[in-house]
Design a protein around this ligand. Structure first.
Ligand code: KIV
Length: 262
């Protein structure tokens, strides 16, 4: 199982693979497949709880899901997302909520969205022994500010700001940074400008690693599919087909056959 310092040491040596999980079963699949980090992202609000965005997710939701993930993946590093309004208001909130997550759930690190404004919180968490993964570029918790999910790091001032944010987050003590939906050229520059790994999502091959929402890559979540998702299966279609067969079999008295009862 990787620790935060070991993840830092992977920069430029090995591409880091992080994937999301929210439950025992998926976490167990990810561990068996050999993923480096499991992220219990606040994407759980959309792909697991059916909300329209990540904003309603609570600290208790995150703890509940990390506990299940930990039971399924005992030997994989787990990073827990800090949900909306669990750290933005004050350093004390950040310390209390990250402390509660790490103390009770089985996560060994937290991730939080934000640029310069998040640095005091990152510094405080690292100072009390909680490893932090930053998250720049598109920040889904700010969907109402953007009015959608736009590509980041396109204009000159945006590029300069993102590089400055990445450096400040490194300086604050983060062990890695997620760069979401950042123009690939910009993401490559950001990756080169810091000494900690930059894990991209929709930000191109210049990053030190890649993260995706697992139900997206499995083709299990169909509500919407961002351009950066490569579907490696069509679990949704295959599951609906399999379930339909079962329903038909019961109705047509083909299930349970002799093999399936006592
Ligand atoms: O919540 C999440 O799953 C994330 C990833 C998309 C990086 O933050």
């Amino acid at each position: 199982m990787y620790t935060a310092p070991q993840i830092m040491a992977l920069k430029s040596k090995k591409k880091i693979v992080m994937l999301t999980a929210y439950d025992y079963l998926l976490a167990n699949y990810l561990e068996k497949a050999g993923v480096d980090i499991i992220l219990v992202g606040d994407s759980l609000g959309m792909v697991f709880l059916g909300y329209k965005d990540t904003l309603p997710v609570t600290v208790d939701d995150v703890i509940y899901h990390v506990k299940a993930v930990k039971r399924g993946a005992k030997d994989t590093m787990i990073v827990a997302d800090m949900p909306f309004m669990s750290y933005q208001e004050s350093i004390m909130d950040a310390v209390r909520n990250a402390g509660k997550i790490v103390k009770t759930s089985g996560a060994s690190a937290v991730k939080l969205e934000g640029g310069l404004e998040a640095c005091p919180q990152i510094k405080a968490l690292v100072s009390i022994g909680i490893p932090v993964m930053g998250h720049i570029g598109l920040q889904p918790q700010s969907v109402n500010k953007y009015g959608g999910y736009p590509v980041q790091g396109v204009s000159g001032s945006d590029i300069t700001r993102l590089i400055k944010e990445a450096k400040a987050i490194e300086e604050a003590g983060a062990f890695a940074i997620v760069a979401e939906k950042v123009l690939s050229k910009t993401a490559a520059v950001i990756t080169k400008s810091v000494n900690i790994p930059v894990i991209g999502i929709g930000s191109g091959p210049g990053c030190d690693g890649q993260v995706l929402v697992t139900p997206d890559l499995l083709g299990a979540f169909e509500d919407f599919t961002p351009k950066f998702v490569k579907k490696y299966d069509n679990v949704s279609e295959r599951s609906i087909k399999a379930l339909g067969k079962f329903i038909k079999d019961v109705r047509n008295k083909r299930f349970p056959g002799r093999k399936y009862y006592y």
